[in-house]
Design a protein around this ligand. Structure first.
Ligand SMILES: O=c1ccn([C@@H]2O[C@H](COP(=O)(O)OP(=O)(O)O[C@H]3O[C@H](CO)[C@@H](O)[C@H](O)[C@H]3O)[C@@H](O)[C@H]2O)c(=O)[nH]1
Ligand SMILES: [Mn+2]
Length: 755
């Protein structure tokens, strides 16, 4: 193959200096552990706790280094695709939405329009929307959006507009609206028309939200009347069909609200994805599937082509189980005050994983092969789901029905998918009845959906679980990072929303760790690579990390109150190890941020929010998984509230931390109160005195005070919350409970005091 003909390139990053610093920090951590062990018998309980926490931190550091060690970048050349390909493969695009209140339908509409408008032959695309909210408003919005799309998409293609989600385009500065600097009169006229069209769409949606859906269309909505979203039959509606299969027409648009019955588990997003997979299998059966969350619009019209560079440009199918785009966010607040834009994270951790077996599946912005989702192993040369069952050779029809469920039509489509045949186009409306059947809530009983086929059940982070299943079969995966970014989504802002999301993640990730899909099992019994397993552990143990983090943060307060110590004294040489570790770690991570062009403030915000997340939502995640294991309660997927404003700075909070009455703020509040209590007690001389004795035991000193102050600094948003008002303040009830907890802790300290 001529080198100017390749579709993508893999470039290893040079990171020698990073590696040296990583190892130095590891060396310092090991020295700390050695020092602790050597002096264990001279000290009390604080020393043992500190040793436990530091061992955990060292373990986390080891898996971090392993994950970051071999970073790679990929370059793609989508402009070469058309030279290589006569015909592009088809792609089915999935959007999930769950709640019209938390996820404004206009946002979903924008995502759908941006998908339908990508630069790719329209006869090869189909867009499927799953609505778990079963909302007439969402359906109405999509119907109206498809009407607007008919003028919008030709406009985008004609002027090669980059931002194809209308709200993005119109929220920008007028002068940058035309790409290619087109400022002709014709363009301006058309642009004005678009703006009016979009304004009208917004108007209609607002009217429908606040008043009612207009009567002339209302009869199409009869199915939605008096519907209970937790108990209703399947609704499948073809909103738009590209009947003539025109390459420059509009892709099909199909609305699905799967059947829900109160007694049937619906498995949240994973369940929705499996329904989308089956319905699309019947209707279009594309070999590739793209899935995005309702708030993740396409930001680069070439996105599908970038992904195709990997699927079509690789000589070895094994390399491309799926192609994942990193999650990036629009309108993010300056300096990332909530630590949820993960810019540094993606650069180092995701690129590191890309150098091992490939990035995790992130739940959105990902292209899957249909065959892989159906359970294919990389070296199933016969192209069947062999690893699913003990049958070798041709999968008997009866076997296949057991795996994929009883729809003959669907099984036919699955066979075609395995064989790589392109299915003949079907008349969409003729298939609706069959589609309703496979979207029923009883369809999956006795089948392998959710266990070996499709999206995996049993965790609120179905994405990670599904990714492990795929990589466990031996597939490698790809991280695709074009410029501009392929997709942009919205990240939660405000304290409560961010906390809820982190709690769900910590919960779901631990569920994966303790499930049959644990990466440890996949490494021992299947084909997950060892370092990839460590990479998974890095993320899966978030919930567990809350324990040592909290323990270590409590130590300074405990030591000050009991006048004991968990660190060497200032005059001991061993203190130098700690000083070096603290300084080196912080400067190093700061330099990593600066190297990416991020600010010092962002570094500090991220560092601080990591501590806040670790000790609050992650702790709750840990507890809810324990409850699940003990059978006390089930875990739930709490949908994140999406903001509609494009510009983060618009929002009245402007990055200020907000609170509500949730218990999730209890640990942080208690921790802050405790540190403040300890510092005050010390200032007022209210602590028991110990004289330095020959055993080397001594009272708390400067180190403990500094550590306590550091914890207070990390929890500064909580300190402000103690005195803040309204949503900026911690509710009085939380403060009272925290005061009680702190009081109990102080009593406990006194009881166990070594003095
Ligand atoms: O019962 C449900 C619940 C959720 N969703 C959809 O799932 C998506 C993700 O939900 P969201 O509340 O936005 O969660 P995030 O924390 O933002 O999502 C991240 O984390 C999830 C796993 O926790 C992944 O599924 C997502 O892809 C990933 O972006 C949204 O499109 C929802 O509409 C459903 O379709 N059905
Ligand atoms: Mn989201």
């Amino acid at each position: 193959m001529a080198s100017n003909n390749i579709l993508y390139e893999r470039v290893a990053r040079k990171n020698t200096i990073h590696r040296v610093l990583d190892i130095t920090i590891l060396f310092l951590l090991l020295s700390v552990l050695a020092y602790r062990l050597a002096s264990l018998n001279k000290h009390g309980v604080a020393w043992i706790l500190a040793f436990f926490c530091e061992s955990c931190f060292t373990f986390v550091w080891v898996i971090t280094i392993s994950t970051k060690w071999t970073q790679v970048e990929y370059k793609t050349y989508p402009e070469r695709l058309s030279q290589r390909m006569e015909e592009f493969p088809a792609v089915d695009m999935f959007v999930t939405t769950a709640d019209p209140m938390l996820e404004p339908p206009l946002l979903t509409a924008n995502t759908v329009i941006s998908l339908m408008a990508v630069d790719y032959p329209a006869d090869k695309l189909a867009c499927y929307v799953s609505d778990d909210g079963c909302s007439a408003l969402t359906f109405y919005t999509l119907v109206e959006a498809s009407k607007f799309a008919k003028i919008w998409i030709p406009f985008c293609k004609k002027y090669n507009i980059e931002a194809r989600a209308p709200f993005r385009y119109f929220s920008r500065d007028q002068s940058t609206m035309a790409t290619g600097g087109d400022s002709s009169l014709e363009f301006e006229r058309e642009c004005r028309k678009m703006k009016e069209g979009y304004a009208e769409l917004i108007c209609k949606i607002n009217d429908a939200t606040h008043k009612s859906i207009p009567e002339d269309v209302a009869r199409d909505f009869a199915v939605f009347s008096n519907i209970d979203r937790r108990n209703h039959p399947t609704i499948v509606k073809v909103i738009w069909e590209n009947k003539e299969r025109l390459p420059d027409g509009l892709p099909h648009l199909i609305y699905i609200s799967r059947e829900k019955r109160v007694k049937h588990p619906h498995h949240y997003k994973a369940g929705a994805m499996n329904v989308l997979t089956r319905v699309s299998g019947l209707l279009t059966n594309a070999p590739y599937m793209l899935n995005v969350d309702c708030d993740n619009f396409v930001n680069n019209p070439q996105t599908v082509r970038h992904a195709m560079c990997f699927f079509l440009g690789s000589d070895n199918d094994k390399e491309t189980g799926f192609v994942q785009f990193p999650q990036s966010f629009y309108g993010g607040l300056k300096d990332d005050p909530f630590g949820n834009q993960y810019r540094a994270w993606y650069e180092y951790i995701l690129r590191g994983l890309a150098g091992i077996q490939g990035p995790f599946y992130g739940g959105t912005g990902c292209f899957h092969r249909r065959k892989v989702i159906y359970g294919l192993c990389p070296d199933d040369t016969r192209n069947e789901a062999k690893c699913l069952s003990s049958v070798t050779g041709n999968l008997a029809e009866k076997e296949q029905l057991k795996i994929f469920g009883c729809s003959k039509e669907f099984n036919k489509s699955a066979t075609e998918a395995f064989q790589g045949k392109t299915s003949d186009p079907v008349n969409l409306s003729k298939m609706i009845e069959e589609a309703v059947q496979v979207a029923g809530c009883g369809y999956e009983y006795g089948t392998r959906w959710g266990t070996e086929v499709g999206w995996q059940y049993g965790s609120t982070t179905e994405d990670i679980m599904t990714g492990i299943t795929i990589q466990g079969r031996g597939w490698k995966t790809i991280l695709c990072t074009p410029h501009p970014e392929g997709f942009l989504g919205c990240s939660p802002s405000g304290g409560p929303n961010s906390m809820t999301q982190q709690k769900r993640w910590a919960t779901g990730l631990l569920e994966v760790l303790f499930s049959k899909r644990s990466p440890i099992i996949a490494t021992i019994t299947a084909r997950l690579q060892f370092r990839q397993c460590l990479g998974y552990l890095w993320i899966l143990i978030w919930g567990l990390r809350s324990i040592p983090e909290l323990g270590y943060a409590l130590l300074p307060a405990y030591c000050i109150i009991t006048n004991s110590t968990f660190l060497p004294q200032v005059k001991e040489p061993a203190i130098l190890i700690y000083v070096a570790l603290f300084t080196l770690y912080n400067t190093y991570t700061l330099l990593e941020y600066l190297q990416l062009g991020l600010s010092i403030r962002e570094w500090w915000n991220n560092l601080r929010m990591m501590r806040i997340y670790a000790m609050n939502p992650w702790l709750f995640g840990f507890v809810s998984v324990i409850f699940k294991i003990l059978g006390i309660s089930e875990t739930v997927f709490e949908v994140t509230q999406k903001d509609q404003s494009d510009d983060g700075d618009d929002s009245s909070d402007g990055g200020r931390f907000t609170f509500n009455g949730s218990h999730i703020f209890l640990p942080g509040t208690t921790l802050v109160l405790l540190q403040l209590t300890a510092l005050t007690m010390r200032l007022l001389g209210l602590i028991p005195s110990v004289s330095d004795d020959d055993d080397g035991r001594h009272g708390s000193g400067l180190c403990e005070v500094l550590c306590s102050l550091w914890v207070v600094m990390c929890f500064w948003p909580f300190v402000k919350g103690l005195v803040g008002r309204g949503k900026y303040g911690i509710p009085l009830s939380t403060i009272c409970k925290s005061t009680l907890l702190s009081f109990l802790f102080v009593q406990l300290c006194k009881m166990t005091s070594p003095a």
